[in-house]
Ligand binder design. Structure first.
Ligand code: AMP
Length: 504
């Protein structure tokens, strides 16, 4: 295997790095260490990626796509550009292709192997979509590595051993908080929580709303292309103002000729902090949840690491200091995740002394619980087969029974939820399994497997009549997994289908 790179595919910006000759290097793309995760179509053939696309966001917003990572795995999200439909996976593919080409040029050899980072809170569909984007870009995705783990690897390798680290990762579109145990060279995630729809874009939107309210008071708004260009200018100014407020206590927002007016507004840090308080409170709730899941108190946390561009905000640093302890902030906060991914990539691709850093072990957990819908005494409920914060890879199974004589098929419905009450919004998909029609109930096994990347596979099988299951008809009970495995291995049962339809 040749060199393998680490890629941080971010909502706002992406970065790449490589570990070679005992050192980590950021890989420049278009001469810069950070590549804006923006694509823009000049016509229906030519697509620009990165800085040049970002500047076109301003002049041609309708044919430019930013923050598409927020919609990864969302089958309903489609962008329409010059009569072509573009999915979030297509957008990610363009960004990854650009990185692959530039990395090859910089390193002097074609790059095919990569570790790509993902928010720890990404669902299995979001992970699958990321892997697919990598493959479409011609990359062999060695691993999908959670961003907090990547950050901990990059920070942790040269630090003291045996620590419990909290990683607070607030990026452009997602928020993750994870707790890791670092012992010697092993990095074990023990609990994760987060919100895949909370990030810097939301802070910008608060400022945009504030400005729109001011503008509305003096002028009518315009729609169409002109309106969306104005809105884009407003967004850019809002983001600039937000960044300014990470350095100073007051900022001036001045935009000539916008929505029929001239905008000149002062925004103080106090006003801004008030606006974003509800958003930051959501991150505090998640901090408390993750401590509870890990069965720890704040006193057990040896170090808090802040990751993601939005963690530069003063209010973030203040709430983390109040809630846990004074956080550690790296100078190269934008590159740290890619650096961790590069160390992992080197370990996976060439675990020999010359090209790999010290060997590391990584353990991850699932951020969500998965279950099937069951029926007992006429009541529908969710039986969880894999629980949130279970170590990956994970496996879980159950036995169920047909509920009517001569029933021909069973509809297995898969849910991702923490609740026992089925809610159609949490349904991931279903699988219809044909069964032998008979008068007495037929037993079925359902098995969930989550791989190291957190991708879910559902298998199911009808069990033979002589299956050694002691159970009451119409009731369900967790079957012991080794027994089920034995039955599969000794071909007592045949798995009939392994597909879970995650499009629902
Ligand atoms: P990431 O996804 O980690 O690249 O983070 C990008 C987000 O960080 C965007 O929403 C940026 O507006 C935000 N960001 C970058 N620099 C700053 C800063 N100095 N202060 C506040 N937010 C920032």
């Amino acid at each position: 295997m040749g060199l393998a790179i680490g890629i941080d595919l971010g909502t706002s910006n992406s970065a790449a790095a490589v570990y070679r000759k005992g050192k980590i290097e950021s890989i420049p793309v278009d001469g810069k260490k950070i590549l804006p995760s923006v694509i823009s179509y000049k016509d229906n053939q030519n697509v620009l990626v990165g800085n040049s696309a970002k500047s076109r966001l301003y002049i041609d917003p309708l044919n430019s796509i930013a923050s598409s990572k927020r919609y990864m795995g969302d089958q309903g999200k489609i962008y329409s550009v010059y009569g072509k439909t573009i999915t979030p996976v297509d957008a990610a593919r363009e960004i990854l292709s650009k990185i692959k080409i530039e990395a090859g040029r910089y390193l002097g050899e074609e790059i095919t192997d990569a570790v790509i980072t993902i928010p720890a809170y990404f669902t299995s569909e979001q992970r699958e979509a990321t892997r697919k984007a990598g493959e479409l870009a011609g990359l062999n995705v060695l691993r999908l590595l959670p961003e907090p783990t990547a950050a901990a690897i990059a920070y942790g390798l040269d630090k003291e051993r045996n620590q419990t680290i909290m990683v607070y990762d607030l990026g452009g579109g997602t928020f993750d908080v994870s707790i890791l145990k670092v012992e010697s060279n092993s990095f074990k995630v023990i609990a994760v929580d987060g919100d895949s729809l909370l990030g810097g874009d939301d802070f910008d939107d608060k400022i945009v709303q504030y400005l729109l309210n001011k503008i509305n008071a003096v002028s009518g708004m315009r729609n169409g292309q002109e309106g969306s260009i104005s809105l884009q200018r407003l967004k850019e100014a809002a983001e600039e103002a937000k960044k300014e407020l990470s350095e100073s206590d007051i900022t001036d927002i001045s935009i000539p000729d916008i929505f029929n007016t001239h905008l000149d507004e002062e925004l103080s840090i106090d006003t801004f902090n008030k606006m974003i308080e509800p958003l930051l409170n959501r991150t505090i709730e998640k901090i408390q949840d993750v401590l509870r899941s890990a069965d720890l108190t704040k006193r057990d946390i040896s170090r808090v690491i802040l990751v993601g561009g939005s963690s530069r905000m003063k209010a973030v640093q203040e709430i983390v200091t109040n809630e846990i302890k004074k956080p550690f902030i790296a100078d190269n906060v934008d590159e740290i995740v890619a650096h961790g991914a590069a160390i992992m990539a080197a370990n996976l691709s060439a675990p020999d002394i010359d090209s790999a850093p010290i060997p590391i072990e990584v353990e991850d957990v699932t951020a969500h619980s998965f279950g099937v819908q069951m029926l007992s005494n006429g009541t529908k409920y969710i039986e969880h087969l894999i629980r949130k914060n279970t170590k990956l890879p994970a496996m879980g199974s159950t036995i169920g029974f047909t509920i009517q004589p001569y029933q021909k098929a069973v509809n297995l419905q898969v849910f991702r939820t923490e609740s026992m009450v089925p809610d159609q919004r949490d349904k991931l998909g279903q699988m219809v399994l044909p069964v032998r029609p008979q008068e007495t109930p037929v037993a079925l096994a359902a098995i969930f497997e989550l791989d190291e990347d957190g991708i879910l596979v559902l298998s199911s099988s009808e069990l033979p009549e002589n299956a050694p299951i002691i159970n009451e008809y119409f009731e369900t009970e967790l079957v012991n997994l080794p027994m089920l495995r034995n039955m599969i291995d000794s071909r007592q049962i045949q798995i009939q289908s392994v597909e879970i339809d995650t499009n629902k």
